[in-house]
Design a protein. Structure first.
Length: 457
């Protein structure tokens, strides 16, 4: 199968082959002809499958058919909604890359940055608008955007938009669009809410599903390294150093944790940067650029900030903390092993996280191999903090929402107030880590004695 045989225009082949793509990925093979026919799509596709090109290429082609060169003022004819700034920016980058030989114009609007330059771009006229829902509504409120001519609507990572609490914003945007339009909805998971949205929105959609739900790409090797919480940072530095990893994406559960970890890694002599919702957009873009261009070896990120990051051939992902929501594990490790490349996903798991690990294994329907690194054996005397899972789970969704608000940078620049949660207390006599609680373990040769001494200093 080639891109030519999918019926795409020469300008699009040219752009795609300059990107180095020779064969379409499965989602592209399935989605491109359907979009070209003008049908609605319900797409079950994870990041890393090539879904962005899967909808962008045929969308560009469709916008060209009624294209009137040098005609009246350009109207927005395609709208792509995405959950985060990073994903929105990356989608627009793809639109520009694939559309470089076409006379179409696009722009992107998201929160957390000044609105005036966006207004300026919109005034100049664009064919394709990529937006996060909150900022798009700000433009609607200021009457700086007209959505009445939209022919094609794309909801990218719709499940994430709902998780982040955007359903009301999405519905407000939908009310402003023409009834008659083509809609493409992509989601990694199909919750009841997504099905409801799809029902309301799509007209006899073609269902395209390229990877089973909640499964990780087969090209990703997954492993758990059991370790005490207090030694995770040391183990991470050891793994990065001893394996000479040059590009590692590390996930932490909190923004504060991301900052602290990146500072500690720098102290260990490992170049690192952090990316999360409390950073300015400029700082986030800079950190990402440093990482992409191999100027820092480790990028420490929170889930929301990392959502949609597309870094070609990212070889290693480390879960410094397991996510509170098991689905996030799949999204996290989907950062590696993309487009058929090999990838490795490691999770540093302490005794408090064993319940979260079980949730993940249940979700992905398999046990993850356990590998204790020699010299980092968990201390069996350390007990799990009581009901860590319950406390984490309760906070999980709320935290996601708070993160998402901060990440979106609402138009007023105000952050959502969050109540302080009391610190967890260790309860004497709490649950003790059952021997072998981490499942099958395979000790492996780790540090030499000399390394061990130098690390413990
Ligand atoms: P996505 O799932 O859209 O985030 O894409 C994942 C990665 O695959 C991106 O880095 C794309 O540049 C890359 N990609 C998309 N389509 C192809 C293709 N046909 N061949 C090789 N790589 C591709």
């Amino acid at each position: 199968m080639s891109f030519e045989s999918l019926g795409l225009r020469a300008e699009l082949h040219r752009a795609v082959s300059e990107k180095g793509y020779s064969t379409p990925t499965p989602i592209q093979t399935q989605a491109i002809p359907v979009v070209l026919e003008g049908r609605d799509i319900m797409g079950g596709a994870q990041t890393g499958t090539g879904k962005t090109a899967g909808f962008t290429l045929p969308l560009l082609q469709r916008l060209m058919s009624p294209y009137k060169a040098k005609n009246s003022h350009r109207a927005i004819r395609a709208l792509v909604l995405a959950p985060t700034r990073e994903l929105a920016a990356q989608v627009q980058e793809s639109v520009n890359t694939y559309g470089k030989y076409l006379p179409l114009k696009s722009t992107v609007v998201f929160g957390g940055v000044k609105i005036n330059p966006q207004i300026h771009q919109l005034r100049k006229g664009v064919d394709i608008l990529v937006a996060t829902p909150g900022r798009l509504l700000d433009h609607v409120g200021q009457r700086t955007v007209d959505l009445s001519k939209v022919d094609i609507l794309v909801l990218d990572e719709a499940d994430r938009m709902l998780d982040m609490g955007f359903i009301h914003d999405i519905r407000k945007v939908l009310a402003l669009l023409p009834k008659q339009k083509q809609t493409l909805l992509f989601s990694a998971t199909f919750s009841k809410e997504i099905k409801q949205l799809a029902n309301d929105l799509l007209d006899s959609p073609v269902l395209i599903e390229v990877a089973r739900r909640n499964t990780a790409a087969e090209t990703v090797t997954q492993v758990v390294h059991p370790v005490d919480k207090s030694r995770k940072r040391e183990l991470l530095s050891y793994l990065v150093g001893s394996n000479n990893w040059q590009q590692v994406l590390v996930f932490t559960r909190t923004k504060h944790g991301a900052d602290r970890l990146s500072k500690q890694l720098i102290k260990d002599g490992i170049t690192a940067a952090a990316i999360h919702g409390n950073k300015t957009q400029g700082a986030r873009t800079r950190s990402l650029e440093l990482f992409k261009t191999n100027k820092v070896r480790v990028l420490v990120a929170t889930d929301i900030a990392a959502r949609g990051l597309d870094i070609n051939q990212l070889p290693h992902v480390v879960n410094f903390d397991l996510p509170n929501v098991a689905e996030d594990y799949v999204h996290r490790i989907g950062r590696t092993g993309r487009a058929g490349n090999e990838g490795e996903a490691m999770s540093l798991v302490c005794v408090d996280e064993l319940d979260l690990l079980k949730d993940i294994e249940r979700l992905i329907k398999r046990d993850i191999a356990k590998d204790i690194i020699d010299g980092f054996e968990p201390d069996p005397a350390i007990k799990a903090e009581k009901s860590a899972k319950a406390a984490q789970k309760g906070r999980g969704r709320q935290q996601q929402r708070n993160n998402s608000n901060a990440n979106q940078g609402n138009s007023t620049g105000k952050k959502t107030q969050r109540k302080k949660t009391p610190g967890k207390k260790k309860k004497p006599g709490g649950k003790r880590a059952a021997p072998g609680g981490y499942g099958n373990q395979q000790p492996r040769q780790g540090r030499s004695n000399r390394q061990k001494q130098s690390r413990s200093r």
